[in-house]
Design a protein around this ligand. Structure first.
Ligand SMILES: Nc1ncnc2c1ncn2[C@@H]1O[C@H](COP(=O)(O)OP(=O)(O)OP(=O)(O)O)[C@@H](O)[C@H]1O
Ligand SMILES: [Mg+2]
Length: 302
């Protein structure tokens, strides 16, 4: 097969591993920088120019679209789809997964557990908002934050209210969330490929830190998921229509609580923690894509 990996940087661990896994399984691989693609839109003949030349004969693409380039990256994935090239993760599913609030709304409808969350546009009564999620301590998050930046633990109601007001004054969109103390600065990342959990790790924040992000000094270790955790991860990925997904959960007294579902989950942390060939699993799934029958059109459900 000829597989294209949409990635801005061939030197990234995840990109290198996908290339190696694809080559190891006998495929031809191209790394395409989606920002260097031009999309040619004309009746019946969608095409993509890459660095000036028409892209041809690609059997499948694996998108690795960074959060900062979602708009253009997903337009490129959509163009491949218009050209009847299969994508390991659909353009629409990536777009949806990038809106954290929308994801939580959809996942809550599916009955998945999550920390109680409130969102408002109106900052006059921040006390009510804090009360809604059970009072302090509570967590305040920038909707557009990643890597643990913009996630604040407010220990008291007063602190929470000040932080909410400060963010609102900056015109930043935030959510206020119930603080799950039992998770003790750890979260779980379940890596889902094609309806199976292919690896899972627990990330533990460094001493004195409630955020477990590896970028904030947390460390990842292999973990065996409970049946409930596995089921939650699979249902979350399925609900968001993501064939490849990193599902982040907190362990709590009332079972697993979903924090976030990532449509371009990094491979480095999970492969190092689990010693598993996750890239190989993604390629094995991609191999089956061109054989898949087109799904009958369904009504968009949201
Ligand atoms: N409600 C909560 N209760 C307890 N701990 C939390 C809560 N929300 C987040 N955390 C901790 O903070 C970390 C960072 O939060 P979160 O994953 O929501 O933001 P992020 O990592 O910045 O965003 P993203 O995952 O979208 O990149 C989590 O991994 C978790 O360890
Ligand atoms: Mg996170």
């Amino acid at each position: 097969m000829k597989i294209a990996i949409l990635s801005r940087n061939p030197k990234l661990y995840s990109t290198k591993r996908l290339v190696a896994a694809a080559q190891g399984r006998g495929h031809e691989v191209l790394v395409i920088d989606h920002l260097k693609c031009d999309l040619i839109i004309e009746a019946g003949q969608p095409a993509i120019l890459y660095k000036g030349a028409v892209l041809k004969d690609i059997d499948a693409v694996i998108p690795r679209i960074g959060a900062s380039v979602t708009f253009y990256g997903t337009a490129v994935v959509r163009q491949f789809e218009m050209m009847k090239v299969k994508s390991a993760v659909g353009s629409q599913a990536i777009v949806r997964s990038r809106d954290k609030l929308r994801c939580m709304q959809i996942l809550s409808r599916a009955g998945l557990g999550m920390p109680k969350t409130a969102f408002t546009n109106y900052s006059k009564d921040s006390k009510k908002l804090v009360d809604q999620v059970g009072g302090s301590p509570c967590v305040i998050k920038l909707l557009e934050g990643t890597q643990g930046l913009g996630v604040v633990l407010a220990e008291t109601d007063k602190a929470a209210e000040s932080v909410i007001e400060a963010f609102h004054n900056l015109k930043a969109r935030i959510i206020v969330q119930e603080f799950i103390a039992e998770s003790k600065g750890a979260d779980i990342r379940a890596f889902v490929v094609n309806g199976q959990v292919v690896g899972a790790m627990k990330r533990q924040g460094k001493e004195g830190e409630f955020r477990s992000n590896l970028h904030r000094g947390g460390s990842g270790m292999l973990i065996k998921l409970s049946a409930a955790e596995k089921a939650a991860a699979l249902l979350a990925a399925k609900t968001l229509d993501l064939a490849v997904a990193g599902v982040d959960m907190l362990q709590s007294k009332r079972g697993p609580l979903i924090l976030e579902v990532n449509s371009s989950p990094g491979l480095e942390g999970i492969e190092k923690a689990t010693n598993l060939d996750i890239a190989g699993k993604i390629i094995a799934y991609t191999e089956k894509l061109p054989l898949k029958k087109k799904k009958p059109k369904t009504q968009a459900s949201e």
